[in-house]
Design a protein around this ligand. Structure first.
Ligand code: NCD
Ligand code: ZN
Ligand code: ZN
Length: 425
């Protein structure tokens, strides 16, 4: 029996952007920790990014990841595939058929052939073990291949290849937050998105921009959409709740790629959520060791925790009137499900359609604190924040799986296969 009086009942929230570091860097986080954090925060499905080590670049690795994660999942989960260009063009459709929610192209990264891990500092590996990023013609071909299946190709909103790498690796040390912003300007987002939008226009491939952080980025996506390009975009809670003004207080804990930008950028992102230019919100959960996050702005690795705070932060924004309950249900569940091909099928798991629910008490409150987090390395930019509204309950497959921030019963997450034959953008 579930008493939901006085509460808002949402379709189970989906976090489409989670890097669980499992396998390959399980000292930073594991799939057990990230899915437990998701559940306790009120998220009932996570979509796991493909850049664990080895990266999910082929169907065999996809199937292994699916089996391994199935043993550890506290919530339902889908899996991303990785698109490399010519090196795995012949796996792209197979990955989609196996149920990948989308393929992500890590624009500007290389793959270390020995470890099957992504590298972005090309001097960190011997040149002959690096699989370099594809050329434009090869990228176009990759878009064409994904289009032939009706799948989704996602990429970073920042073109690391052209702009980002230049300042950081070509001899300009980064010691302040301003250095970081200078190394990854909003212009890098705008140009990268514009190039991707051209490929999408030329091929008809659905192109999804992940973790968009700038006003310039929203402008390019809005214009492309108005011109009929099949392009969609995501942003993350850090871009909606933090700005460059928080850097002095937070130090490198705030460091993430792309960087958190200005108040004007933040306003543009909220406007883009309002008018549909941004249709999905993901956490970009990207854990690192606590000690690593204490290194300076130059040395600390980019990325922070997010999976457990995604729903509480967005519920707080709803209670404060930043977005309506209906819009919240869309950007955290129904639009995200539609984008990634998560449809109801007989006998199949679907977020929200097999009785996955998230219950919210809008008159309640919530405080974020390191000691109550389920992460392996609890260090977050929002430690000490007091939020309005409270995620009280998560229901997974018709059964209460979380109450008041703690799991109820055992782990029962299941694999969710995407079905892009029926998707729409
Ligand atoms: C992510 C990570 O560490 O995996 N880091 C980040 O700053 N966002 C990778 C990524 O999404 O770029
Ligand atoms: Zn990213
Ligand atoms: Zn990410």
């Amino acid at each position: 029996h579930l008493d939901a009086s006085g509460q808002l009942v949402f379709p189970g929230f989906i976090d489409p952007h989670v890097h669980s570091r499992d396998p390959g860097a399980t000292h930073k986080e594991t799939f057990h920790h990230s899915t437990l954090g998701a559940l306790c925060g009120g998220t009932t499905t996570v979509l796991e990014m493909p850049n664990a080590v080895p990266a999910v670049t082929d169907v065999a690795t996809f199937e292994r990841r699916r089996a391994e994660h199935g043993e550890k999942a506290w919530v339902d989960f889908g899996l991303w595939g990785m698109a490399l260009g010519p090196a795995n063009l012949n796996e792209i459709i197979g990955l989609h058929r196996a149920g990948a929610v989308a393929v992500k192209f890590f624009w500007g990264y290389a793959l270390d052939r020995r470890t099957k891990g992504l590298v972005y500092d090309f001097s960190a590996a011997p040149p002959d073990s690096l699989l370099l990023p594809p050329e434009n013609g090869e990228v176009l071909e990759m878009f064409r291949e994904v289009a032939s299946y009706g799948g989704v190709l996602a990429a970073h909103c920042e073109d690391r290849h052209i702009l980002a790498r230049s300042a950081e690796l070509l001899g300009h040390p980064i010691s302040t937050y301003d250095d970081l912003l200078a190394a990854r300007p909003a212009a890098a987002e705008a140009t990268s998105i514009a190039v991707g939008a051209q490929f999408a226009r030329l091929t008809g491939c659905r192109f999804h921009v992940v973790h968009m952080a700038s006003a310039e980025g929203t402008r390019v996506v809005r214009e492309a959409r108005a011109a009929g390009v099949p392009i969609t975009a995501e942003t993350c809670p850090h871009y909606l709740t933090l700005t460059d003004r928080d850097a002095a207080r937070l130090g490198p804990a705030i460091k993430v790629y792309p960087p958190v930008r200005t108040g004007a950028d933040q306003e543009a992102l909220w406007a883009a959520i309002g008018d549909g230019v941004i249709s999905s919100i993901g956490s970009d959960h990207a854990p690192h060791l606590v000690e690593e996050k204490m290194l300076g702005f130059g040395q600390a690795p980019a990325g922070g925790l997010g999976v457990e705070t995604l729903a509480p932060l967005m519920v707080d924004a709803m209670v404060r009137g930043r977005l309506s309950p209906v819009r919240l249900a869309q950007v955290l569940s129904s639009s995200t499900a539609a984008l990634y091909g998560l449809w109801p099928r007989k006998g199949a798991v679907r977020p929200g359609a097999d009785a996955d629910l998230t219950l919210v008490d809008p008159s309640g409150g919530h405080s974020i604190s390191h000691d109550r987090m389920h992460a392996l390395n609890p260090v977050t930019a929002w430690d000490g924040w007091t939020l309005r509204g409270r995620v009280t309950t998560a229901v997974l497959g018709g059964e209460v799986a979380m109450r008041d921030g703690e799991p109820v019963g055992g782990r029962r997450g299941r694999f969710v296969a995407a079905d892009h034959a029926r998707s729409r953008g």
